[in-house]
Design a protein around this ligand. Structure first.
Ligand code: 1PW
Length: 214
């Protein structure tokens, strides 16, 4: 998908994540961030209650866009280039917060953890029965992933926001792919690419011992 093309609805978002991988299976930063921006837009269509959730993602996307607009932009062309550049130049706080509170590595790590949640949630939705509750699916996927990194107060606020999620059918319809069946089929086709992006990032961060960055 070309830059600037509308990624409203969830399909565009998922396609964006598909286009993240280059021929060397490196994750390109720009489509990764575009994917996240589409996700935020999608989240915002579900009501103002999600703005506290999306606000943090927006702040993190902006940090990364600033790197991409800086003189160091080539060093942030992919996640792999970023890790290499920041580690080689000592630009990451590895053990405790310090000089680099907004390093690319720690910022991407937060988005990466949130991507796991999103994947689990959409996979749950895809395989759910028509009577399933989105709030339960969302809470379960959150508890199995991102919640482990959040303090009590954020967990509480997030779980409360989930109760405002639209019903399963409305949610599937909001994806703007057509019928609920079509939306489910689209998820089946598109979710493996999010999973792939997640796995490659996880391997990269594991390899460089970056999974616990403060
Ligand atoms: C319906 C499924 C939607 C998935 C959208 C994912 C958006 C994820 C954002 C969750 C943010 C919750 C509130 C913010 C918490 C931050 O403290 C936390 N950020 C994340 C992304 O986990 C940690 O960032 P920090 O404080 O270490 O900079």
């Amino acid at each position: 998908m070309a830059d600037g093309e509308d990624v409203h609805g969830l399909k565009g978002v998922l396609v964006m994540f598909q286009s993240c991988l280059d021929s060397k299976e490196e994750i390109l930063m720009d489509p990764y961030l575009e994917g996240w921006k589409g996700l935020v837009r999608f989240l915002n269509t579900m009501g103002p209650i999600f703005s506290f959730i999306s606000k943090d993602a927006v702040a993190k996307i902006q940090i990364m866009e600033t790197f991409r607009g800086s003189e160091q932009q080539e060093n942030y062309i992919s996640l792999q280039a970023m890790v290499n550049y920041e580690l080689t130049n000592g630009l990451v706080d590895l053990k405790q917060p310090g000089t680099y509170p907004t390093s690319g590595c720690r910022t991407i790590l937060r988005l990466h953890r949130a991507l796991r949640w999103l994947h689990l949630f959409l996979e749950g939705l895809r395989t759910s029965s028509p009577s399933s509750k989105t709030s339960t699916l969302c809470t379960d996927s959150y508890n199995a992933s991102l919640a482990n990194y959040h303090p009590w107060i954020i967990r509480k606020a997030a779980t409360m926001a989930f109760y405002a999620l639209p019903t399963r059918d409305a949610f599937l319809e909001n994806m703007k792919v057509g019928t609920t069946e079509a939306a489910i089929e689209m998820l089946g086709e598109a979710l493996p690419s999010i999973s792939r992006v997640y796995d490659i990032t996880e391997d990269l961060f594991t390899q460089h011992k970056l999974l616990d960055l403060p």
